[in-house]
Design a binder for this molecule. Sequence first.
Ligand code: FAD
Length: 518
Amino acid sequence: FVIPFIINMFVFTALVSSRPWPPITIFSTFENESTIENNLCKDTICMKRASSDYGKLVQQIPIGVLRPSSVSDIVKLVKTSYESPSPFTIAARGNGHSVRGQAMAKDGVVVDMSTLNSSRGLFGNTGIRVSGDASLGFYADVGGEQLWIDVLRTTLAQGLAPVSWTDYLYLTVGGTLSNAGISGQSSFHGPQISNVLEMDVITGKGELMTCSKDNNSDLFYAVLGGLGQFGIITRARIVLDKAPKRVKWFKIIYNDFAKFTKDQEYLISVDGFNYVEGSLIMASSPADSFFSPSDESMISSLASKTGILYCLEAVKYYDDSILNTIGEELQNILKALHFDPGFIFNKVASLFDFLNRVRAEELLLTTLGLWDVPHPWLNLFVPRSRIMDFNQGVFVDIVKNQSESAGPFLVYPINRKKWDDRMSVVIPEDNDDMFYTVALLNSAGGTIDPAVIDKQNNDILEYCRKNGIMIKEYFPHYKKKEEWMKHFGKKWSVFKERKEQFDPKMILSPGQGIFNSE
Ligand code: FAD
């Protein structure tokens, strides 16, 4: 299943017919399947891109790639498959930043959503339209193919910005809305899927439908966190708010997990901060450019019984109107926390630089040859009631002892109240008002074998299973139907019914492996 992903031009040239193709194809119509075949890009560049992703663990070769110049190109493609006696599968590929082949379509058609962006540009439309009329509520109509970094740039130009983010912005709107889209803002505003007012979606029957809470609401809730199973998002109306100019960015170091989590939970329960996350610091962790060398040596002097330190990250947005009061307001909140004196560090950054912070890491890792490597990631939602056990059993007993990779490893609580249970996304089924997200973001560069990290990931899942820790995977990937049923739990029957309603021929996003599993 896990194939070390080595792109070999010879293999590709042998597997696909390599012929020149214009960057954007413009279709008049798909008369039948044979005209589709002729309209797909099959050259080496198209095929290589469509058969790989950020994870570099899976390779699935499609019959070709649709490079749509309009939404109606995609409608025609899906309709042709739906009306065919032998339908072919279709996967929308956003920016291909999945890690287990979720945006691939073996022997099917991959729709390269990025060409919609170029064509929207051609006609003078950026694919992002901002509504800055406060009386209607601020929002932006955004193409599903748009990268969040471009949404940020365009909205900031009008003094506005989305309220809910992911840590990294070179992901598409359609890609993150198919999962959830979480970050340190999720506790205050909900995940990105909770900040969508309306969408245009092409269902698996090839119908282009507009949906919202009040209009085609079944489709609306199905698609949000729906792993691409019910439709292709071509437009989403995203909630915006006035954008602050700057942020005050804190990192606070702990050697005690109980105090660290208590303080995280406190900060997401009170008004004050706008973003709260956290991460592990271990001997093998790379240096963090946030800290000066003297900060680093002070941090490493903090004794920890387990050999792990914990870094709480909290951010306050501000602009000139609260410049005089922000210091006192933050001091009042921070004095309720339990860190050792001196282990709090801060800096000021522009909102843009803060939200786009992972880009600098990407550029650095790219120059070191450590970005474009396999990524056997494991992302979990952990019930709050078991986070102490998870720390001991997973972070201390498994992760700390690995010699293969250094993360990053994120851990932070999220308020549940803004997650609408009607959405397809799955979170822990208990009734606690918080749950934790744990992101074990391992890379397998150099001599590191991704299979060794995957074995560790399996050990973690096995530990949770044996100890009754009822985790849910974020970006789930399973091979067996029973595993998917267990994952969806009480949502499975609705998920299946919605599939029958919106994609009865099981055409969409086969790379998720849900309805085509064993
Ligand atoms: P793709 O990988 O292209 O597609 C993902 C799935 O969505 C596929 O099944 C695909 O068929 C489907 N899909 C794509 N576009 C559409 C569409 N328009 N309509 C319907 N279905 C579609 N996630 C977080 O929540 N928070 C984070 O902080 C975060 N940080 C990340 C950091 C990095 C460096 C990376 C690589 C990923 C991160 N992610 C994070 C994960 C990311 O949100 C998902 O992998 C997301 O799916 C990637 O978006 P994409 O555009 O690359 O989607």
